[in-house]
Design a protein around this ligand. Structure first.
Ligand code: CAO
Length: 415
């Protein structure tokens, strides 16, 4: 079956996580992604966090499915000539080098436009224009600089980073959308353009609700659904809200049966207003349905912790799945805290292709997260990541290089 991005060719100069996330998505939608790596080394993640000696790490394999890999020294004169051909051959160049690296290589935006005016040049950088634009940035730096860390954790503890890679993978997602939009606009303008996704901007975008709360706090000096209300104090900046819900329906993480020994025997529970009556009946507090202190969302705000404690008293007698089943019967929103072990074994995620088993020639079988975005007319088949330089000869031949020329490049250690 045809795929959404069939015919789009990506010159993939990405490494580590943010850029590879973006190009992997484009590959899953059908783009031909040609990953350019340094001869002999490759993407640094090939050898980071290895679990099997001399085998591409899971870090690399899980971010580079469905791509082709070529090796090329793009600082070498002959290598640069090959890169020029590649720029003419592809539609999009994606990179997440440290600021200025592409310019230092001699491939400025102006030069790339001369070589291919239709080329889209897409970049992940740590920061957009401003005081930090020249800085190198990794995931947790972005989480801290984008507002996530200052708003994550508990009031009496330090800022916390989250395991969700919102700085790297989150920014890769933003970049992928920018690229698809630029490809769409090119249909009418005939021109390429630059696409920038800064990690600080991407994280801040995902923390949009906290900037909302900053302005609510500045106006009202208090936020009644935060755990600091009514007993704690608010300062001038949005505080860390523990496990409070980010939306208008208060929620919290509560213990379930087995919590003493199982670190994930917990449930996220939401006191959604339309089902307040059902909540009271399930947890054995029918008197709260009409009691003025509990009957309305407004009346409940200063009593949220007492309410969550009562719900927890009930959930501690059930496993998280039993509790969820009972709450779901009454349309009460809640969700189990699922471990990676549980997710890996979940049959429905396997059936939907969200978790896939992939065969790799040197590693054997491994699990990966498949395409989380499902298109009905563009199915995704996840294929293994390429070995270093696996497609060098194939791609150079497509560029018109003969076997002798390829052998000469190899002898010169350019590929
Ligand atoms: N041939 C020759 N040279 C190559 C090459 C190739 N095929 N591919 C890369 N290089 C060179 C680059 O040109 C650069 O050289 P100069 O420093 O001399 O200009 C050099 O390799 C190293 O690139 P780098 O500075 O990007 O790599 P680093 O490991 O020092 O930094 C990182 C890594 C991630 C901090 C930096 O790339 C960065 O800040 N990127 C932008 C933000 C980002 O994406 N962060 C997320 C990282 S996790 O996803």
């Amino acid at each position: 079956m045809a795929r959404a991005l069939d015919g789009v060719r990506i010159l993939d100069f990405t490494h580590v996580q943010s850029g590879p996330t973006c190009t992997q998505l484009l590959a899953w939608f059908g783009a031909d992604v040609i990953k350019v790596e340094r001869a002999g080394h490759g993407d640094i993640t090939r050898e980071q966090l290895r679990d099997i000696p001399d085998v591409d790490s899971l870090y690399f394999t899980m971010l580079n499915h469905n791509k082709r890999s070529i090796t090329l020294d793009t600082k070498n004169k002959t290598g640069k000539a090959v890169l020029e051909k590649l720029i003419g051959y592809c539609d999009v160049l994606v990179e997440n080098f440290a600021p200025g690296a592409l310019d230092r290589m001699g491939f400025t935006w102006e030069r790339i436009q001369q070589l291919n005016p239709k080329m889209i040049v897409a970049s992940v950088k740590g920061f957009g224009p401003g005081p930090y634009e020249d800085c190198k940035v990794y995931e947790n730096v972005a989480q801290c600089a984008g507002g996530a860390a200052s708003t994550t954790g508990f009031d009496d503890g330090p800022p916390l980073v989250t395991g969700a890679q919102i700085g790297d993978s989150g920014t890769g997602l933003h970049l992928a959308l920018g690229i698809v939009c630029a490809l769409y606009q090119r249909k009418t303008t005939g021109r390429g353009q630059r696409v920038l996704a800064a990690m600080q901007d991407g994280v801040l975008n995902l923390c949009r609700v906290k900037l909302r709360d900053q302005q609510r706090l500045a106006r009202n000096k208090v936020m009644k659904e935060y755990p600091q209300y009514p007993k704690g104090k608010f300062g001038s900046a949005v505080p860390r809200a523990g496990n409070a819900s980010g939306g208008g329906q208060p929620g919290w993480i509560i213990k379930c049966k087995g919590w003493e020994t199982d670190p994930n025997a917990y449930l996220y529970f939401i006191t959604q207003a339309p089902v307040w009556k059902e909540i009271c009946n399930v947890i054995g507090k029918p008197e709260w349905i009409t009691d003025h202190d509990y009957a309305t969302p407004h009346a409940r705000l200063p009593r949220l912790m007492e309410i969550f404690a009562a719900v927890e008293h009930w959930t501690m007698t059930k496993t998280k799945f039993e509790a969820m089943e009972e709450f779901n019967k009454h349309d009460i929103p809640c969700g189990p805290i699922l471990s990676m072990e549980e997710l890996a074994a979940e049959p429905s995620l396997r059936a939907s292709g969200t978790i896939v088993e992939v065969e790799h020639p040197t590693r054997g079988k491994y699990l990966s997260v498949g395409n989380p975005i499902k298109l009905s007319d563009s199915p995704t088949e996840v294929t293994r990541s390429p070995l270093l330089g696996e497609h060098t000869d194939e791609v150079l031949a497509e560029l018109g290089l003969g076997a002798d020329e390829i052998a000469a490049l190899r002898a010169e250690k350019v590929i």
